[in-house]
Design a protein around this ligand. Sequence first.
Ligand code: SF4
Length: 152
Amino acid sequence: MIDVSLRLGILSLLSDLRTRLGISIIFITHDVAAARYVAREGVICVIYRGEVIEYGRTDDIIRSPIHPYTQALLSAMPVLRGLETPGPDRFIPSQELDTQAEDDQGCLFRPRCRFATERCGHEHPQLVALDGGERLHACFYPQARDVVPVPV
Ligand code: SF4
């Protein structure tokens, strides 16, 4: 939460160090735009309530999120009026509070998910590969949705 120009300088410094030293960086943030910048040639791991719910190459996660929580995160990115327009599937997260009981066996995101079914209430989705590939998700109904703001 520092000044935006200073933040950009620090993120650029991290990128330079990674390239020059040939190191890997684990960058933990709530800021999707910063994650996209730092991991532009790497991977993003999305965590909800301590569990990995989506994992994949940065471009794939940003352009084609398949877990409803990732879609909610990306939909919350600010849109500059006149410069961008929301994607057609822009996600409006439920305002319902997270009231899940400790011993609930269902999906952790269910209280806030508009795609939840009965199955989501009594079964816990495991992290699995999408179509046998490197993309991982923990949702019974993964589906790409166009939620990212696009230039007009
Ligand atoms: S498993 Fe069900 S509740 Fe959980 S994110 Fe997927 S659709 Fe929503």
